[in-house]
Design a protein around this ligand. Structure first.
Ligand code: SF4
Length: 220
């Protein structure tokens, strides 16, 4: 039996079969990638394809002996679906497609994904990016959330859903893309240095105080 994450696979409830989740940043895929996912699912008799809330396709119910062939034929790298790390970034269409968009959520989301997806941290870490204050990417319940306004990005930190939900709090406003990324760096550094194993960053901030956190993430 494989450990969770080994061969990019997660053991399922039946204790026999595995799910794999190809890394499809922000849930943006080409028709060819979707076709390939469907073909591989059929060939290796996946029991289901589950579209997740961050736009991934979880391919469920593979046999252990097929996992190497599944990944090799998919030609897409595994996503960091489990463990204490930065998970898949959730982003809305922003100014790329949505008529209400005020900032480029896809552009910022892809850059965040490129920089941080899979980065190991003390706790699970979710990021959301929304193009306007409607926050369709649920940015208030992400460990790190961004939403766009006419003057730039508002940054929310410390949100999470799970069994003890917490809303993120606004820690910066009217930021350019570059400033938003610089704040993201500082937030992650703070968590790396101060988080306890298994803790979400909201609890780290509650434990150490908002003033200390706010000082740590101030831009120069
Ligand atoms: S958050 Fe705003 S920009 Fe993004 S999808 Fe919703 S309404 Fe559109």
């Amino acid at each position: 039996m494989l450990k969770d994450g080994e061969k990019g696979a997660i053991l399922q409830r039946d204790k026999e079969t595995y799910a794999v989740v190809p890394h499809t940043p922000l849930g943006i895929v080409t028709p060819a990638q979707l076709r390939k996912i469907a073909d591989v699912a059929e060939k290796y008799q996946a029991k289901a394809l589950k579209l997740t809330s961050v736009g991934r396709v979880a391919m469920v119910g593979f046999k252990e002996e097929d996992l190497d062939a599944v990944w090799s034929e998919l030609g897409i790298s595994p996503g960091a679906a489990v463990g204490l790390c930065v998970r898949s970034v959730k982003a809305c269409p922003g100014t790329t497609f949505c008529r209400l968009g005020q900032q480029d959520a896809v552009g910022l989301g892809l850059e965040l994904d490129k920089r941080y997806h899979g980065l190991e941290l003390p706790g699970k870490f979710k990021i959301g990016v929304a193009g306007c204050p409607n926050q369709c990417a649920e940015t208030s319940v992400k460990d790190l959330g961004f939403f766009g306004k006419a003057k730039g990005w508002t940054v929310l930190v410390g949100g999470n859903a799970a069994s003890k939900p917490r809303l993120g709090e606004a820690v910066a406003d009217s930021l350019s893309d570059a400033q938003a990324l610089a704040v993201a760096d500082k937030v992650l550094d703070f968590f790396k240095e101060n988080g306890k194993k298994g803790e979400r960053i909201g609890r780290t901030i509650d434990r150490l105080g908002a003033d200390l956190f706010q000082k740590a993430i101030m831009l120069d």
